[in-house]
Design a protein around this ligand. Structure first.
Ligand code: NI
Length: 395
């Protein structure tokens, strides 16, 4: 697909945005360590005369275009992952063990592109676009820190995006309601009694208990969650033992639970505790479950979804109704505060997110920039036209 689906201004930016994305891709930084990335983003924005907004963040950038209300926020995440890159690309990561394997380099470049497009039209803006380059999404911490810094104050609506490898370039996945899952974590500590491996009857084997717990947990998804609802339980770490001929004292399981519906989320957690404790008791051991509550589901505002769909059509992009993803996204934290819309931008990649060979089609960069800028402008004129709440005059 060529760039004829984007506006002329966005198409003219394509080369510049590709350079930006590749510079970020070569130099990935992990969550909370995005110091060089922050410096780069500032310099790209300042080169276009875009003003920085001062909020207390160690990494990440907040900037603004236009003045007054309504204020519309556009958010991109900027951090990378502790993965050794295996793409063989000429612009592959030069940092061993670190890689932009979720495409946050793409998100950052797209938002810089949107900023350039909006800056060209700043005189006509009837409000403010606040640009949020958010740190530490991969640790599900950054959105919370941005909110605590005050950068969401006065924001009428927030928009964000994620690249989507299974959608073609030119498509934008837009839907109201749930789009991405609540992503909770768990640690199960099974305590038994160690013994010689040849004398199991002298102890209580925590490895056998842990194995049964791993198996029994899957019955929650198949027996306690309705077939039309969604839940995933994945045990991803199993740790126990130090020698081949010793039954150890304990075993530890780690993993994650993904759900969309708050009622399903509660039910899975309740059954999880029962299954772990019950199975452990059956084998004369004990299990203690620790929950690590993650971000809530990404839940999109219906009105904003409709607005974005119309803008995608005006830009001659192809809006599609996407299949929700059971991955988590801390964009959900913003949506707890203000109406928000998170969309998928088609990037036609060979591999899914977090894969060492993850890549994307850079022709989607001007598409994403165009969509973000256009949607922000449409949202501003939409909210500026709304009758003012008289109470707001006194704030
Ligand atoms: Ni991501």
């Amino acid at each position: 697909m060529s760039n004829d689906t984007t506006t002329r201004s966005a198409a003219a930016l394509a080369g510049r945005l590709t350079d930006i994305r590749r510079e970020l891709h070569r130099n990935p930084e992990l969550s909370h360590e995005e110091f060089e990335t922050t410096r780069r983003i500032k310099s790209w924005l300042e080169a276009a005369g875009i003003r920085m907004a001062d909020y207390p963040l160690k990494t990440g950038v907040i900037a603004e275009i236009g003045t007054g209300s309504p204020v519309i926020a556009l958010r991109a995440d900027i951090d990378a992952l502790p993965i050794q890159e295996e793409t063989g690309l000429p612009f592959a990561s030069i940092v061993p063990g670190k890689m932009h394997a979720c495409g946050h380099d793409f998100h950052t470049a797209a938002l810089v592109g949107a900023a350039y497009l909006l800056k060209e039209q700043e005189q006509e803006l009837k409000g403010t676009v606040r640009l949020i380059f958010q740190p530490a999404e991969e640790k599900a911490k950054g959105a919370r820190q941005v909110i605590e810094s005050g950068a969401l104050e006065g924001v009428r609506a927030i928009f964000g995006l994620h690249n989507k490898p299974d959608l073609p370039v030119g498509t934008i996945g837009i839907k109201g309601g749930p789009l991405m899952a609540a992503a909770d974590g768990f640690v199960v500590e099974v305590a038994g009694r160690g013994s010689h491996a040849a004398v199991p009857e002298a102890g209580n084997d925590p490895v056998l208990t842990a194995a049964h717990i791993v198996t029994a947990l899957q019955s929650i998804v198949s027996r306690n969650v309705g077939a039309l609802d969604s839940a995933v339980i994945s045990v991803t770490k199993v740790n126990s033992g130090t020698a081949w001929n010793v039954i150890p004292e304990k075993a530890v399981l780690d993993g994650t639970v993904r759900t969309f519906d708050p009622a399903v989320r509660r039910r899975v957690r309740q059954r999880f505790d029962q299954v772990a404790a019950g199975v452990a008791a059956a084998f004369d051991t004990t299990a203690v479950v620790r929950w690590i509550e993650g971000p809530p589901p990404v839940y999109n505002d219906e009105g904003l979804a409709e607005l974005a769909w119309r803008e995608a059509e005006r830009l001659k992009l192809l809006p599609v109704s996407p299949v929700p993803s059971l991955a988590g996204e801390d964009f959900a934290a913003y949506q707890q505060q203000v109406p928000g819309l998170f969309v998928f931008v088609g990037t036609d990649g060979p591999k899914e997110w977090h894969h060492p060979a993850f890549d994307l089609d850079e022709r989607a960069l001007p598409v994403a920039a165009d969509f973000l800028a256009g949607t922000a402008i449409r949202a501003i004129s939409n909210f500026a036209a709304e009758p003012q709440d008289p109470k707001e005059d006194f704030q």
